[in-house]
Design a binder for this molecule. Sequence first.
Ligand code: URA
Length: 421
Amino acid sequence: MNVSIETILQRKREGHANSSDEIHAFVKGVVDGDISRPQAAAWLAFAFLNGLDFRETVALTRAMVGSGRRLDWNGLSGPFIDKHSTGGVGDKVSLVLAPLWVELGCKVPMISGRGLGFTGGTLDKLESIPGYRCDLDSARLRVVLRDIGCFISGQTGELAPADGILYALRNETSTVPSIPLITASILSKKICEGVEKLVLDVKVGSGAFMKDLPSARRLAESLVKVGNGYGLDTKAVLSDMGQPLGLAVGNAIEVMEAVDCLKGGGPGDLFDLTVRLADHPDALETLRSGAAYERFCAMVAAQGGDVAALSTPTRMMGPVEEWVLEARQSGHVIACDAIGVAKAAFYLGAGRSRAEQSVSPGVGVLLHHKVGDHVEQGEPLAVVYHLDSGLERARKELSKALLVGPELPSPRELVLEEFVS
Ligand code: URA
């Protein structure tokens, strides 16, 4: 390396910008092992505290893309499109949107992740379908994309390996919620997928990284500017994460809710957000028609999953117990705090705090109401699916998160803003 790690660290520590060469040398050194994990962690902490400007963010994205290979779909016809959410509670949109886009004439090579934190990620959800494989190699990904039009699979070691190392370090060092680091992390993976168009769902609220609109706007702006600057047609939608999306929060129950939506039903907010993100004049009618469900089943089968299990809740969920949270008074649901519901699901075993932990597919929280609904005293507010462990903590968390009162709360928009560069 021409530039020394000491210089790179010192400049960032003192609040100066690193040059593009320094950032490339840093990323290469991290991947090659010439830069130690403590040195990398120190740079992340300095970058977290002192920030990265636009040029540094672009250089970091470029260096992370260059740390591995880029999938290319030569010989297949596009357009190739993907969506990424910055992470929310009950967010199962990807499961619906990928097959919907195929019905609308696109190809969707979706590389997704596991959850780290309160709820499972898209892959954890899909793995509650018996047999579903998230570890397809590039040759198999190509076959599934060619034959079915979409896949949802895990990161292969070849795609942006620098992000794999740096993201794990960020999780261990509390440096995840940094706009430039999130921008480079998300975009490097999406650019490596070989897509032409990217739709970002930037979540805002208690259950999201970005708790308020101004910080969500800054993240959306950063993602859209860097994405477009890279030649990727990128737009962002800012959507509410003050309450969970849909009614199901867990793994298997989220897949089952996604299946309802794929068949043209399911909770209104999940349906509406999926249509909005699809960004296509025929999206509403196509989703309503149920055609995307057949496409989803074909994808599940191509990835080894047992399609018959999708309509057999006991096979998806396994032997779980039920506990019902009832309304103590009549009135309106005035709060259903996303982070509280997520914590409840986490205590039940639906999420993980360390990458090597596994999640329980069948546990979770099935809400019966959204904010603003009227409820009668004694009516179920939510059903908790559990395996005993964690039930007590989950009950406490859920009782705090779900509030019923006399006043009808003022409505909050699901889609708050759109961001196009
Ligand atoms: N998701 C990612 O892939 N990277 C981040 O940095 C945050 C969320």
